[in-house]
Design a protein around this ligand. Sequence first.
Ligand SMILES: [Zn+2]
Length: 502
Amino acid sequence: MLSRPIFLTHSGTRKKERFTSMIPGEVKMYSCGPTVYGPIHIGNLRAALTADLFYRFFKHFGYRVTYVRNYTDIDDKIIHQAQKENATCDSITEKYIAYAEKDYALALMEEPTHKTRVTEHLPEIIEMIGNIIRNGKGYTSPSGDVYFSIDDFPGYGKLSGKSVEDLMAGARVEINPEKRNPMDFALWKAAKPGEPAWDSPWGRGRPGWHIECSAMACKWLGPKMDLHHGGEDLIFPHHENEIAQSEAATGCAPYVGYWVHNAFLTFSSEKMSKSLGNVVQARDFLAEYGGELARMVFLGVHYRSVFDFNAEVVDQAVTNLERVYEAKKIAEEIRAKKVLLPDPMAEQAWGGFIIDCDRAKEAILEHYANDLNTAGALSELFTLVREFNRALKQPNAANTPAGILAANEFIKVLEGQIGTVIGVGRMRSETMLAHLARIKVSRSKREGKSVIEDAEIEALIQQRKIARENRDFRKSDEIRDQLLAGGVLIKDSPQGTTWVRK
Ligand SMILES: [Zn+2]
């Protein structure tokens, strides 16, 4: 385990606090997953990536992590969707869980320790509701619903930092004669005709949304956990209610050591749909852009910053990823070299670069430990790429033994520190560069720009070669300019001419 202190912003205090786990070297964490009534939205993807980031981060820092992520597969929205699709609730949830699993895999998320479903935890939910009632903090209503009594739980509102009066003023409170306090919330809902229902001591019915997470967390993590994550929209009422239920049922407090929430995702750019396509669903974005690019986009901003999803941030991520992989490609080529020549000036340049790598490694860890500052960690990587390219300018740099050491160090930072936690940089460079080139082509086509196809580029390069052989430099320059106008940059070397799309 790394002895470096970790600081996280606790949503309850809104301050950075030093993280300590209940058991040294172990972290128990829970993240609220999606309600599975449709394909997951790009906002859900940001939340899921944030949870995955915390999971990878703790593992990278040497903790043994138990990570629980749930699927909410009992909900009003699922019932409505089943009616709409003329299907059963089970078939709806199976379908959309399969969708989400595919999205998560495409986004290169690591498998949680436990993936839970509400329908598999009815006994635990019923037991927890029973304990809440027994402890005097829940009651049954005449029509068979069970409610949590917030007046019997003095700490209610602590996480959101609001009094019950404030919360009530901000919420849409319906007058319900069954409730003792209008802010009381349902633990169990009596069955309505045509809805899925389970037997319970209070009659047939189904659980309320909030109790599901409390019961699943308690089963797999115990009454207390180190870290609980969710989107910021879940702070109230969902997480406030989770605290009330869990602490009321188990008598153990605090339910959660550190609450962490990722901020909202907004869509401001109108031209987005034109240049990005219709990518409000995670699956569409992932199909076109792939997991590493998605991670570069979403983890390129701090998880607590509101993130405006638009064409510019995606473009920027394409450019950044391309720069990183162009450097990786050169590093891979240097590593594969067989004939090497010592060159004092080049060795000196690489010596400086290896010191840069050591500094970057330290700085990246520091950014991670400082409230998961992924933007800071990535900027260290971009600096390192610039330093790599600078050292490479030294004559003979690519052919000297120190270059191999330096290339290895660069790849270690990229695949190791960045790749393990942020999940970017671990693909083969050729595969990724080809993928990024395809993205640029389809973007240009969608924007109505003329695109020179690969075969045409190859043909033009061939014509240019012949022109050069005939010393027709005017023709050769015209072809180069024609390619450049079409966004294609060519590079001549003793091995021949290569090209990239810019
Ligand atoms: Zn939840």
